[in-house]
Design a protein around this ligand. Structure first.
Ligand SMILES: Nc1ncnc2c1ncn2[C@@H]1O[C@H](COP(=O)(O)OP(=O)(O)OP(=O)(O)O)[C@@H](O)[C@H]1O
Ligand SMILES: [Mg+2]
Length: 366
């Protein structure tokens, strides 16, 4: 091993190894072998930016396809229902093609299909999402395959989300072998769960993605550095782990720079850790803080500056006072910033910054 960097600090990829989410993964896999209707067969991943939602969905897709699942992974959008049908048709085709046709000379497929998983013109024209998905589930069930639907970046109040969820609920009622996992920012998910039509999703298995345990990051770094033939003393390792704050994106950034700066050497020194920390911070500014802050208004930013005076968490009354506005007025910005995933609300009128180091950055000591 060695040479190629194991770490890949970009959003939306599948990391070489998923650190610290063993429980999430085993609950998901458990759901695949549970009877239809089991809560683990409907999972919702809830996490702020960079907490690893997409990484987990990619992992789910891979593990499930090795376990008799035909997987359709989409990012929530207006066309997602069509995409789901098409992906299942394409991914499932190899199984349907194995069918033996008992009647010689007759190339007709099963009801609704012309051949394999291709719908007849009539089915295509006359039926909607629910019937098509149901036909696909039936056809694949004949080959002992389940259908897994993965929806990333769930958006609240969308017609497609309601269609998908109601269809899913109906298909479960009809005992179709179908499993779903979705992921979104906390505010989007809480709006989805409050949607009248989607209340049944409250019974789903909900997973809140918090920071990764530092002990697991430490073990992982130690294992990777050994694999790359690099020694690191415990002090330098501890400093590197601490710099990540358990944030998956920073885990990738720090790891990436540590391997880069120690290139050609068989040790990772404290100097390498310091350089990696500085580069990771610069990268956080460029790819996270700037992206998050750019679409915000001047008042939004005033709110964040007022909050950051207290560190990570502040009281609404103090923030309103510092902004020199009334509390109801400050509430408006509170709501906007929660929806943008920049702050989260705790009980007792407190709000907190959700992104590691954002407080330091806003205070200018980053
Ligand atoms: N458990 C993990 N172990 C190691 N690396 C991870 C883990 N989870 C995520 N990562 C890495 O962290 C980065 C961010 O992850 P990801 O893109 O999945 O976040 P996200 O929650 O989908 O963010 P967004 O809300 O912006 O879509 C990626 O580089 C990814 O490979
Ligand atoms: Mg994502």
């Amino acid at each position: 091993m060695g040479g190629v960097n194991t770490f890949l600090p970009t959003f939306g990829n599948r990391p070489d190894h998923i650190v610290g989410r063993d429980d999430v993964i085993s609950d998901f896999l458990d759901g695949l072998s549970q009877p239809i209707g089991h809560p683990n067969r409907t999972s919702i991943l809830i996490g702020q930016r960079g907490t690893g939602k997409t990484a987990l969905l990619l992992e789910f897709a891979d593990l499930a396809s090795q376990r008799d699942c035909v997987v359709a992974r989409v990012t929530a959008n207006r066309l997602m229902l069509n995409e789901i049908i098409q992906i299942i048709q394409i991914e499932g085709a190899k199984y349907a093609a194995e069918r033996q046709f008992p009647l010689k000379g007759l190339s007709a497929g099963a009801f609704g299909f012309s051949v394999g998983l291709t719908f007849t013109e009539e089915t295509k024209k006359n039926y909607g999402f629910r019937v098509k998905l149901s036909l696909l589930c039936d056809e694949l069930a004949k080959q002992n395959k389940k259908v897994l639907i993965l929806v990333d970046e769930v958006q609240p109040n969308s017609e497609e989300m309601r269609d998908l969820a109601t269809t899913y609920q109906h298909l479960i009622g009809e005992k179709k072998d179908i499993v779903i996992a979705m992921a979104g920012l906390p505010d989007s998910i809480s709006n989805v769960l409050n949607d009248n039509i989607l209340t049944f999703l409250n019974r789903a298995h909900k997973v809140y993605l918090g920071p990764l345990p530092l002990g697991e990051i430490s073990l992982y770094y130690a294992e990777v550095f050994t694999r790359f033939g690099k020694a690191i003393d415990s002090q330098a390792l501890a400093a590197a782990v601490k710099a990540t704050r358990g944030y998956p994106y920073l885990l990738q950034l720090m790891g990436y720079y540590l391997l880069g700066y120690s290139k050609g050497s068989d040790t990772i020194s404290m100097t390498d850790v310091e350089r990696a920390t500085a580069s990771s911070r610069q990268e956080m500014i460029d790819s996270v803080f700037n992206t998050v802050l750019k679409p915000l208004s001047t008042k939004d930013k005033e709110f964040l500056n007022a909050l950051s005076k207290d560190g990570v968490t502040g009281r609404m009354s103090d923030i309103a006072q510092r902004m020199k506005v009334s509390q109801p007025y400050a509430q408006k910005y509170r709501r906007r910033l929660i929806a943008a995933g920049v702050i989260s609300a705790s009980s007792r009128g407190e709000v907190s910054l959700t992104i590691p180091y954002l407080g330091e950055y806003l205070r200018g000591d980053f």
